[in-house]
Design a protein around this ligand. Structure first.
Ligand SMILES: Nc1ncnc2c1ncn2[C@@H]1O[C@H](COP(=O)(O)OP(=O)(O)OP(=O)(O)O)[C@@H](O)[C@H]1O
Ligand SMILES: [Mg+2]
Length: 250
C-alpha cells in the first residue's frame, strides 16, 4: 500500500493546439479529501475528465494505487475502485429514491458486485439501500421520485448512488455548485461523513466552500498548478488571492 492513491505525472491536455492543462503533477493521499479549485477555464473539468479516463492526455501519466492507468477505460478503472459521481441526469427521475439506490447497488461494478453476488438475498439489497439512504439523510424522501427532490437532495441521491459502488476513491465534480447556504452546509457535512474510509477528490469553483472540508487544496489557473496545501496556506498565497480577486468567489 502506498500513501499516494492517485497521482498525475506531467499531465498535459491540448485541444487542437490550445493547452488546457499543462504539466500538472498531482498527488492525492489515501484517506484524504482533496479539492481541486480554480477560476473559470482553469482546467478543473479537464483534469477531472483526464483522471477518470473520460479524456486521454496528450502527455503524461496517471497512476492509481501505484498502477499506471493512463491507457485504461473508465469502466475498468471504476472496477478498480476509482469512481466518479454520476451526473444528475443519470439518476432515473421517475424512480423513487429507494429504487434509484437499489438500481445502483445492482450495477455489476467493483466491490458492490461481489457484495451482492456473495452473500446476499434480496433483503440484504433492500437493507443496504436503506442504510445508504440513511447515510445521506434521505430517509424521509425514500419513497419520493427523484424528480420530486429539491436540488440539494438530488445531489445527495447522486452521492448515495456513487457510494453504492463502494468506491475507494470518489471523484465529485462541483458537488456544491448551485446550492444555497443550507444545502452547502449539509452536503459538505455529508461529504465529510462518507469520506471516513475512502478518498475524495472534488472539483470546486470556490475556495471558501472547501476551506473546512479539504485536507489539501490544489489551485489551478490557466491549466497550471498555482498553489497547493491546506487552506491556511493556499488562502494566504498572493497569487491565489490575485487569481480570485474581483471574482467575489474567494
Ligand atoms: N473539448 C474542448 N475543446 C476545446 N477547448 C476546450 C475543450 N474543453 C475545454 N476546453 C478549454 O480548456 C480550458 C479549460 O476548460 P475546463 O472546462 O477544464 O475549465 P474549468 O476549470 O472546468 O472551468 P469552469 O470553472 O468554467 O468549469 C478552457 O479554456 C476551455 O475553453
Ligand atoms: Mg468545469
Amino acid at each position: 500500500m502506498t500513501d499516494i492513491i492517485l497521482e498525475a505525472r506531467n499531465l498535459t491536455k491540448e485541444f487542437k493546439g490550445f493547452v488546457a492543462v499543462r504539466d500538472v503533477n498531482l498527488q492525492v493521499r489515501r484517506g484524504t479529501i482533496h479539492a481541486l479549485i480554480g477560476p473559470n477555464g482553469a482546467g478543473k473539468s479537464t483534469v477531472f475528465n483526464l483522471l477518470t479516463k473520460f479524456l486521454a492526455p496528450t502527455h503524461g501519466q496517471i497512476l492509481y494505487d501505484g498502477r499506471d492507468i493512463t491507457a485504461m477505460k473508465p469502466a475498468d478503472v471504476a472496477l478498480m475502485g476509482l469512481v466518479r459521481s454520476f451526473q444528475i441526469s443519470a439518476v432515473f427521475p421517475h424512480l423513487s429514491v429507494l429504487e434509484n439506490v437499489r438500481v445502483a447497488l445492482q450495477r455489476p461494478l467493483g466491490t458492490s458486485f461481489h457484495f451482492w453476488k456473495s452473500g446476499s438475498t434480496l433483503h440484504d439489497l433492500h437493507g443496504r439501500a436503506l442504510d445508504l439512504i440513511e447515510a445521506v439523510n434521505l430517509t424521509p424522501w425514500a419513497h419520493h421520485t427523484a424528480a420530486e427532490l429539491p436540488y440539494g437532495r438530488k445531489r445527495a441521491l447522486e452521492i448515495a448512488t456513487t457510494l453504492a459502488l463502494d468506491p475507494e476513491v470518489m471523484l465529485l465534480d462541483e458537488p456544491l455548485a448551485g446550492m444555497g447556504h443550507e444545502d452547502i452546509e449539509r452536503t459538505a457535512a455529508l461529504i465529510k461523513r462518507v469520506s471516513a474510509d475512502r478518498t475524495v477528490l472534488m472539483v470546486e469553483h470556490n475556495l471558501s466552500v472547501v476551506a473546512h472540508l479539504s485536507d489539501t487544496i490544489t489551485v489551478l489557473r490557466r491549466g497550471e498548478i498555482l498553489a497547493e496545501g491546506p487552506y491556511e496556506v493556499v488562502s494566504k498565497n498572493a497569487q491565489v488571492m490575485e487569481a480570485y480577486m474581483g471574482t467575489g468567489h474567494a
